[in-house]
Write a protein that binds this ligand. Structure first.
Ligand SMILES: Nc1nc2c(ncn2[C@@H]2O[C@H](COP(=O)(O)OP(=O)(O)OP(=O)(O)O)[C@@H](O)[C@H]2O)c(=O)[nH]1
Length: 717
């Protein structure tokens, strides 16, 4: 059965208009509020570390602890869950900012782009570094909007742990599922933070249940809330059986009281906490054998005697093994629950050395880093963000780019603090660095100290490969995998103000593309116009705006178009015969094939031959068959869009002697088109049902279909 639905490429999209209507109300209000109030530079930057003031820490004095005390973490969530607000509180409590910034006032540290401040949303990820109780934390605040999913992906690729933030009144939302899957893909241990506990409708129980059901994760409840909605005043630490209550008079939330729960004053709460602690101990014991032995041996009679540290160590192991996720709660906006979250980050998320990076064995302590993001700075040229996995980076040193096979020189080494960069003399393994001077390095490149170091690593990998020939090939083991760049789903033409400014536009697009690999630019072969391809309407809008602000070019965009995809839902079998006589030659082909749906997110069809079919076929005939299949899949019968996620099996092929390869291709192509059309036309009632179902399920899995397309689909039924 042919699905009448255009799939929106690899990353599932929706129109920003729909998105705004559904999810961004608070941000719209904020933006409206700011229409009058917005001051381009927003926050007073003198309050940033390293610049002025004695009451805040200087980034120059940031500690360089042993690798075991480094945490590289990301903050990820659905849009509006409170990532930036939480990050802002984290920086304030760790002593790196003097005042609490507010997303709605456009003065947060990590949302520093003009567009971010105006719109109140995160567009690009921002890295900051701070210390907390002897730990150095490198933190990346990621965007929540679906158009910037690649930005989240490339950050998760280089992080060792993540905090998933939830709106406690909404639980798991559409984009939460996407970022959760991305974290699964990169095997990132996580902590969940149920934010907005102060909001009307906030429900700890509901949010936990949605984590269990929608994310299929095992939540470890490390805290219980003290009240919900307007009554929210603090949390109970289940591990230590203490209550943490924030001082109402001091609004910034720096001060809070930590008191053990007492039988006399908190009898009911103590009972509830003891039950929650016992359940937690049992849950962790089920997941961790070492802890199970300890509990069953010494503490089986009375769990109350089990020291909090033993339980914390076991929770750390379970988090690392990703068999369960610790859950905490709070309200970043009302300044409650952020300090315990920081404690949990250092206590439960892994250090770089606890992550199992197999490739490190080939480098034996030499430099090995991954370039994961490139920013274009007008004065300093490209700034390359790198995650250092082993060795050390120093300014004024040469490095070898494995992917580009070239040697480049780092002129300066910087520590990022959002848009402020502090010059540093060196940076060691486990950290995130910002380098200046690398002109050819791109996102996803592996960086080593020299070509000889690369060769030595290659030799080691080769020797090991001989011992274990079944392992991946040598290059795969030496190069760090970058991230997959999703296919763009929206496109439109872009024109400069005059023909003379075309080179300026080309330059601007080249710089922007280097920063953002999900932005594609191509030339329309028919009209000669430049076509901008992006991940969504908002993505293209931001690029348009950046070209104007950063490159001083007033460009004109053509109408926005969606790169639809078509696919089938059920397998269809068909036979076709082509019989033509051209001149005195008869061309006769009969083909029988089956088209099946598969889960692949690819527009390239998978081609298979049934047993006994492909073996004796000459290579030219095979090529002709494959050409026929590919050309048929370029235009689906519904909208004429490419067909994706299909596997085609050739069951039989009879070719009359003298038949040309062009006729073979034509026959196969026609037969594939026939199967697709048959899928489209079959069983009308059921088809309508499938479309509606698909739309619903896709909505929940974050694929949003343009209203127009839906109307179009239904008009065809
Ligand atoms: N009631 C309440 N509102 C909050 C809380 N935290 C954040 N907000 C509000 O929620 C809105 C979104 O907050 P952000 O911090 O920008 O959320 P975000 O997840 O960073 O958003 P994006 O980065 O754009 O995806 C803002 O209006 C905040 O003031 C909270 O704990 N309680």
């Amino acid at each position: 059965m042919f699905s009448h639905l255009g799939k929106f490429g690899v990353n599932h999209k929706k129109t920003p208009i729909l998105h705004i209507n559904n999810m961004c109300c608070s941000k719209i209000k904020a933006s409206l509020k700011r229409l009058k109030l917005y001051v381009p530079l927003g926050r007073n930057y003198s309050s940033l570390p390293g610049l002025v003031g004695n009451d805040i820490k200087s980034l120059h004095s940031i500690i360089s602890p042993p690798i075991a005390k480094i945490r590289n973490i990301g903050i990820m969530a659905h849009i509006d869950a409170g990532k930036t607000t939480t990050t802002e509180r984290i920086l304030y409590y760790s002593g790196y900012t003097r005042s609490l910034g507010d997303v709605d006032d456009g003065d947060t540290v990590t949302d520093f782009m003009a567009q971010e401040r105006e719109r109140g949303i995160t567009i690009q990820s921002a890295a900051v570094t701070f210390d907390w109780k002897g730990y150095r934390v490198n933190l990346i605040d990621t965007p929540g909007h679906v158009d910037f999913t690649l930005e989240v992906e490339r950050c998760l690729r280089v992080l060792d742990g993540a905090v998933a933030v939830f709106d406690a009144s909404a639980g798991v939302e559409a984009q939460t599922l996407t970022v959760w899957r991305q974290a699964d893909k990169h095997k990132i241990p996580r902590i969940c933070f149920l934010n907005k506990m102060d909001k009307t409708g906030a429900s700890f129980k509901y949010a936990v249940e949605s984590i269990r059901e929608k994310l299929k994760a095992k939540p470890l409840l490390l805290q219980l809330p003290l009240g919900e909605g307007k009554a929210f005043k603090g949390v109970v630490d289940v591990v230590s059986k203490e209550k943490l209550v924030w001082n109402r008079k001091l609004e910034d939330g720096k001060d809070f009281e930590r008191k053990p729960l007492l039988e006399m004053s908190d009898a009911e709460l103590l009972k509830e906490t003891t039950e929650a602690r016992n359940a937690l101990i049992e849950q962790v014991a089920d997941l961790d054998d070492e802890f199970a032995d300890l509990v069953l041996g010494e503490f089986s009679e009375n769990f109350d005697l089990l020291p909090a540290e033993k339980l914390q160590t076991a929770i750390h192991r379970v988090t690392l093994a990703q068999t369960a996720v610790p859950v905490l709660c709070g309200s970043a906006l009302k300044n409650k629950g952020v300090q315990p979250l920081l404690d949990a980050i250092t206590m439960y998320l892994p250090s770089p050395e606890e992550r199992n990076y197999e490739f490190l064995q080939w480098y034996k302590g030499d430099l090995c880093a991954l370039a994961f993001k490139v920013l274009h700075d007008k004065q300093r040229g490209p700034l390359v963000f790198m995650r250092i996995y082993s060795g050390m980076i120093k300014p004024q040193s040469a490095i070898y780019n494995f992917n580009g096979n070239c040697t480049e020189r780092i002129s300066r080494l910087l520590l990022p603090f959002a848009d402020q960069h502090i010059e540093i003399p060196s940076l060691t393994a486990g950290n995130i660095a910002l380098t200046v001077g690398l002109k050819h390095t791109a996102t996803g490149d592996t960086i080593v100290s020299s070509k000889s170091s690369a060769l030595a690593a290659a030799r080691r990998a080769e020797r090991e490969g001989e011992k274990k020939p079944r392992q991946n090939n040598e290059a795969e083991r030496l190069l760090l995998a970058g991230v997959e760049i999703p296919e763009p789903v929206f496109f439109c033409t872009i024109e400069p103000p005059s023909v003379a400014r075309q080179p300026d536009l080309d330059y601007a697009l080249k710089c922007l593309q280097r920063e953002d690999p999900s932005l594609k630019v191509k030339l329309d072969p028919d009209s000669g116009q430049t076509v901008l391809c992006g991940m969504g309407e908002l993505h293209i809008e931001i690029i348009h705006d950046r070209i104007k602000r950063e490159y001083g070019l007033e460009t004109y965009l053509g109408p926005l178009q969606v790169a639809y995809r078509e696919t089938i839902l059920n397998a269809v079998h068909a036979t076709d015969t082509l019989d033509r006589t051209l001149g005195d030659k008869r061309h006769l082909v009969t083909v029988e094939l089956e088209v099946k749906p598969i889960e692949a997110s690819s527009v390239t069809p998978v081609i298979k031959y049934a047993a006994g079919v492909g073996e004796d076929l000459p290579k030219v005939s095979q090529e002709a068959i494959e050409n026929g299949i590919h050309s048929a899949c370029l235009q689906g019968p519904l909208l004429g869009s490419p067909v994706q996620d299909v596997a085609i099996t050739l069951h039989s092929l009879i070719i009359h002697p003298g038949t040309s390869t062009t006729m073979i291709s034509a026959c196969v192509s026609r037969c594939v088109q026939k199967t697709l059309c048959e899928a489209l036309g079959r069983n009308c009632k059921k088809r309508r049902y499938i479309v509606v179902c698909c739309w619903r399920s896709l909505f929940f899995s974050n694929i949003f279909i343009q209203e127009g397309l839906l109307r179009y689909i239904f008009s065809r039924l």
